[in-house]
Design a protein around this ligand. Structure first.
Ligand code: AR6
Length: 173
């Protein structure tokens, strides 16, 4: 069974993971928050590669190489803008599902996610945590290659909210 773990930290500093997930914008350009941290650590080659993959729509995921990041791959997800892209819970769940399916297709063992949509896109953290773990729990029995899923939370309070949701999710019994 896949292991799900939580850490507080920076998504661009997860050297032991095969892939990190970017909370991207539709055009896959460098932005603020997660996208800013990932693009500045990866260098300009990431934005160049992404031009051919963009645009993407809410819920979609695409994969690129990691460039100067310590990870082999970056999986770019466009989360829903809360209150605008509907149904937001389904679209946010699609991000986690589609990212994990790409990881499976590339036979990756470990994937680190940020809390997609909970920054600029305004998704309430407690609701986002429930959606994330529901999507992961539903897909977990079908995963063969992925053995470790890490949620990287930027703040202590987000880390606590995700910890509560994980303990109620039925994952990691
Ligand atoms: N590592 C881990 N988590 C982080 C980091 C980091 N380095 N930086 C911020 N967070 P956001 P979104 C947290 O805004 O809501 C961008 O401009 C942050 O506290 O990065 O999906 C893109 O270009 C929050 O909890 O992603 C898009 O236009 C969470 O990561 C748009 O923002 C997500 O915040 C995407 O918005």
């Amino acid at each position: 069974m896949v292991k799900v773990e939580l850490v507080q930290g920076n998504i661009a500093s997860q050297p032991d993971m095969d892939a990190v997930v970017n909370a991207a914008n539709a055009r896959l350009l460098p932005g603020s928050g997660v996208a800013g941290a990932i693009h500045s650590a990866a260098g300009p080659g990431l934005a160049e590669e992404c031009q051919a993959l963009a645009p993407i729509s809410p819920g979609q995921a695409v994969i690129s190489s990691g460039h100067r990041l310590p990870n082999r791959y970056v999986i770019h997800c466009l989360g829903p803008v809360y209150g605008v892209d509907e149904p937001s819970d389904q679209l946010l769940g699609d991000c986690y599902r589609n990212a994990l399916m790409l990881a499976e297709q590339h036979q990756l063992r470990s994937v680190a996610f940020p809390a997609i949509s909970t920054g600029v896109f305004g998704y309430p953290v407690d609701k986002a945590a429930v959606v994330a773990f529901e999507a992961i729990a539903r897909l977990a029995p079908t995963l063969n290659s992925v053995r470790l899923i890490r949620l990287v939370l930027f703040s202590d309070s987000d880390h606590r909210v995700f910890r509560t949701a994980l303990s109620r999710s039925g994952l990691n019994p």
